[in-house]
Design a protein around this ligand. Sequence first.
Ligand code: 26Y
Length: 804
Amino acid sequence: MENISIQQFKKEYVKKFEQLYAYRYDEGSSREHFVALGELVRNYYMNNWKSTIDEYKEKETKQVFYFSMEFLPGRMLKSNLLNLDILPVVEEGLRELGLDLDEVSMGEADPALGNGGLGRLASCFMDSIASTGLAGHGNGIRYQYGLFKQKFIDGYQVELPENWLRNGNVWEVRKENKAVIVRFGGQVYMDTDEEGNLYPRYENTKNILAVPYDVPQIGYHNGIVNNLRLWSAEIPYGEEYLFRTEEERDEVKQITEVLYPDDSNYEGRLLRLRQEYFFSSAGVQSIIRYFKTLDEDWSLLPDKIAIHINDTHPALVVPELMRILIDEEELTWDQAWEITKKTISYTNHTILQEAMERWPIDMLEHLLPRIYHIIAEINRRHIEKKIPLYGEELTYRTTIIEDGQVKMANLAIIGSHSINGVAKLHTNILINETLHDFYLMYPNKFNNKTNGITQRRWVQLSNPGLTSLLDDVIGTDWKSNPEELILLKAHVDNSELLNRLEAVKLENKKRFAKYVKDEMGIEIDPNAIFDVQIKRLHAYKRQLLNVLHILDRYSQIKENPDIDIPKRVFIFGAKAAPSYHYAKQIIKLINAVADLVNNDTDIKDLIKIVFVENYGVSLAELIIPAADISEQISLAGKEASGTSNMKLMANGALTMATMDGATIEIYDYVGKENIYIFGLKNNDVKKYHQNQSYNSRNIYEGNASIKRVLNMLVDGSIPGIYHEGQDIFNSLVKFNDEYFLLKDFDSYIQAHKQADKDYQDREKWNRMALLNVANSGPFSSDYTILRYADEIWKIEPQVENLIS
Ligand code: 26Y
């Protein structure tokens, strides 16, 4: 936007505030200031929003639509100001008015419209699509309630509703005139028209109105404003009489009422299937409506539109696009199928079988009869076509329908032209193991796109101290081209710089320590090592291994109170799916160990444990800049990529890790001297599985420190845990330790000992930290997204690209 002076901003701000509230601005709450500022900021991007969309249309630019069931944008105020290039003006203007931008920003609700990595990735991608000047938009659900708010009561996780829309949302624009109808249920009959063509006749369907709420996605200093379209379910106007009972009305409301809080176990829930079809269908319909305004031949659809699906949650776009092309636009099956495949591409985010979506045929057939017909026909044709080429055995292993279920990954692969994994190892596992049969059929569809993060939010906004250090040392080009961060390497022996880096970290640690003191009443020493594990709670991510290390360390200190090790603060942030019993037991365990350790004066504060409540994007922004150690300790082969690994590295934390996900690529960049690697490799794990040779009880019996630590779970050493201790003990000893914690224990402890030693050599540590920052550039989501654009979507930046 054009320049605005501080004076002008102040004038406009006061006017806006007083117009909104009819009292003096200095009487406002931070919530009210946020709304006033948000309303004002809207004026600064509205023109660009309109002109961006108009221009795409005028030029018939190819556009990508990123379909995702989850988005985790975080608070948008500061990121919008940053990208509009008015952050300093607004900050200073507010200061002169006696207001603090950080406080005002806290008036904004953090929209938790996702579970974890997949949702946050979608939001990093939205920022990068706009910032690299690509014509691309998001398509998702406007959940009334986001991911549950987590409370700890007696150390147990309790879930409360997250009513993020309570005070409205200044960024969204309701677009009633763009609403579409999504049809559910009823019966469908294939009739013949006068010309002898088959067409579907529907009876007794429930027609739901999908109303879009558009949220601007502002590019970084480039004038582009793309669209994130979130759909809300309503009763169609004038059709209230069709929804006469409370139950029928509730059924409509429920569709977009709440986000499913589970990212681990697939549950065949009817409501989730409704949600998936609801936003998939609404999104495809609005794309088709747009395409028709271009008045082009249908065969050109893939030249004008790309649809990307974030995991299989939106995989019903495949039969939905087929349905519209065949039933409504009267294309032949073969025409429609070519167009569909060329338009759609798919990202896989998991190899865990239990998270793979499969819908019971009955459910699908009942809820979406026509869609089910189309899926069955896709399946029939797939089999018919592939058997002559690949034989029966291989073909039947790739069918979409099997054992009374519809396999969504198979549908997504067969119905698209590209499938990618999210880190090199992950893609290799898909190719060589999980999806090998498909790879044999479609080798050219498979490709890797290692995840990335946006440094705009994760460095510039959340770590201003590091940002100004970087600006001073290497200039500001890294902000539009993060690979420039490698220039830091030349300064690795500059001890003045290393001290400054340490001072920045210390400030960030103090800021977090203050939060911990204020919110939790726990005193932590900013000079201690801040050891951070922040991610969803899952057995495979092995938060429990972290706990075992803490218990081991605790025992050592108790035994030898004069031990010479640096203080450690273990920081956890994690939500467990409400139905994931074992994960919740681990939460209880961590809280019980925290109670024990934090209140034991014998250990002289050598260990503190901080388990923050309600971890999410906003807390991540506070914790990550304060981290010294980044825990990335999943069992090798299980974490598809990880993205907190990249954020922590970019903020100068050292990674403590197994060779898993994108952490392997972090290792490749920083080199083995600047990372702590331990544990089994993917191939080792594979061998154990093949030979069935793992025996955790033998390890337990033969390893004194493991035995001591595990016994603590069951011998009353940890007050506050009850059957949890026994269940967790059993999982490790009796049920053969599915995730090999005991096998990796020794090497994990060793790696931590090395970290203790290195931390005491401040210069060495700071140098390692600096090299991590220096090598974090390649993990920018800007590069990731440019590779999607170039290799999958076939679209090009619309403005002169900032990245050379
Ligand atoms: C179907 C339902 C049970 C389900 C809902 C959400 C299944 C999975 C999910 C979410 C998965 C997810 O967040 N996966 C993470 O995606 C990140 C981005 O690619 C990866 O970095 C991370 O390793 C992976 O666990």
